[in-house]
Design a protein around this ligand. Structure first.
Ligand SMILES: Cc1cc2nc3c(=O)[nH]c(=O)nc-3n(C[C@H](O)[C@H](O)[C@H](O)COP(=O)(O)OP(=O)(O)OC[C@H]3O[C@@H](n4cnc5c(N)ncnc54)[C@H](O)[C@@H]3O)c2cc1C
Length: 398
């Protein structure tokens, strides 16, 4: 996927790479520069380009496919990166590169990139779970082996708390991944069936429901799981002490590899921009209520009771921010609100997992404690926050 350009990263509406129709040759020719392209040295790629001369926004962009073997594209540079060094990240120069249009003109960004990006974001969520799992395993085995003050360091509360919290975050990331993937599978399956025959009314409603849930959960999951992945990598290095800083142990690479997950396929800040609608429209709250109403064994009831109280805190925080009617104030608190929703949702998913399999109960208990401190902390911050406070954060341009 060749989307990013020097002046168009998070803001893909600013893409400038030109696609011009050559009447004589009867082909589209692509001209411009793309940067930070994963596997940009490969043969086949999808390119987002401005097909409508004179336009400035996303509606002037179309999707093209090109085959590098047809000529016109050179890899000008392969980036020297902090991590994921096994994957080449390229700067590409297009000079009259022949491309074929994909689908309909002008739908490049608003339809096709959005669809591709949702799939890719789910992929990065999965990558984050994978990196988190390896960070956890490395930390756990090192902490069992390393002896200080006459005992294995895993015996110290500071260390076992870190490791158990890592496991809780890992399980929370994974359960959210599976739930999101389930929504996507349901929605896509209906979409495939609808290619073959017309869906009936109930099927159409189901498809819509799962599409809406996929859109709600995809940015939330990518945003939170990639941040957790970085936190786990950080803690895994910490548990290794000085050895973690050396190239001798895998955690050094895990730490570097984790860093990209919260940047590519949209930074965490851009996931929040996508997810905040789910907060303001009540989408996350409706799903929280759905989980809240699920049947669970009486032994787990205390977890639900805690989550109901935290959901009240979340609702009040949302009301306070939304009722300000101030977009900048909403943007200012967006990450806090998205995190509150995300932590409560992950907590419920862990309760449901515990209900099925007792091996998740420990993580559910620990994660709910984490959720309580995050939700209470964010709620308190928002309760004491007014629009005028933003002045204290704003930075003057020189
Ligand atoms: C290793 C690697 C591989 C990549 N692979 C690909 C690829 O295959 N194809 C491709 O097209 N791209 C690829 N990218 C590009 C990647 O998707 C972008 O780097 C990313 O989307 C961020 O864009 P940017 O670097 O221009 O940062 P910027 O958009 O300049 O962002 C800088 C900072 O500003 C913040 N920011 C920007 N806008 C907002 C906003 N509205 N609200 C709040 N905060 C904001 C960001 O969160 C970030 O913290 C890759 C990048 C890397 C590093």
């Amino acid at each position: 996927m060749d989307l990013t350009e020097p002046d168009a990263g998070s803001d893909l509406q600013a893409v400038q790479l030109k696609a011009a129709w050559d009447e004589k040759k009867g082909i589209w020719l692509l001209n411009g520069v793309k940067r930070f392209i994963t596997n940009g040295d490969g043969d086949i790629a999808l390119v987002l380009a401005r097909s409508e001369a004179g336009t400035k926004d996303g509606r002037g962009l179309s999707m093209f496919i090109y085959d590098k073997r047809s000529g016109g594209v050179t890899v000008r540079r392969i980036e020297h990166k902090m991590g994921i060094i096994g994957s080449p990240t390229c700067e590409l120069v297009f000079k009259d590169a022949p491309g074929e249009i994909v689908g309909d003109r002008k739908l490049g960004l608003i339809k096709y990139v959005m669809a591709l990006m949702n799939g890719a974001r789910l992929g990065i969520h999965a990558q984050s779970v994978g990196v988190s799992e390896s960070a956890y395993r490395e930390a756990l085995s090192y902490a069992k082996e390393r002896v200080q003050f006459g005992k294995a360091i895993i015996r110290f509360p500071a260390v076992y708390e870190m490791i158990t919290t890592m496991k809780a975050k890992l399980d929370a990331s994974r359960t959210l991944l599976y739930e999101t993937a389930r929504f996507v599978d349901m929605y896509k399956t209906y979409a495939h069936i609808s290619d073959e025959r017309a869906l009936d009314k109930d099927e159409k409603a189901e498809m819509k429901k799962y599409q809406r849930l996929s859109d709600l959960f995809t940015p939330l999951g990518k945003g939170i799981a990639s941040e957790f992945c970085n936190q786990l990598a950080y803690d895994a290095v910490q548990i290794h002490g000085g050895s973690g800083f050396m190239k001798d142990y895998p955690v050094e690479r895990i730490y570097r590899d984790a860093r990209i997950t919260s940047i590519y396929e949209g930074t965490t800040q851009l996931q929040v921009v996508a997810a905040i609608r789910g907060v303001t429209t009540g989408g996350y709250l409706a799903q929280i209520r759905e989980y809240e109403s699920q049947k669970i064994t009486p032994e787990l009831e205390f977890m639900r009771r805690t989550l109901i109280i935290l959901t009240d805190d979340y609702e009040q925080a949302v009301t306070r921010v939304v009722e300000s009617n101030d977009n900048e104030f909403i943007d200012f608190h967006a990450r806090r609100l998205v995190e509150m929703a995300g932590f409560i949702l992950m907590s419920y998913l862990l309760v449901v997992d515990s209900n099925r399999d007792a091996s998740f109960t420990k993580s559910a208990k620990v994660f709910i404690k984490l959720t309580k401190s995050l939700v209470k902390g964010h709620a308190e911050f928002i309760r004491g926050s007014v629009v005028e406070d933003l002045a204290a954060y704003k930075i003057e341009m020189e």
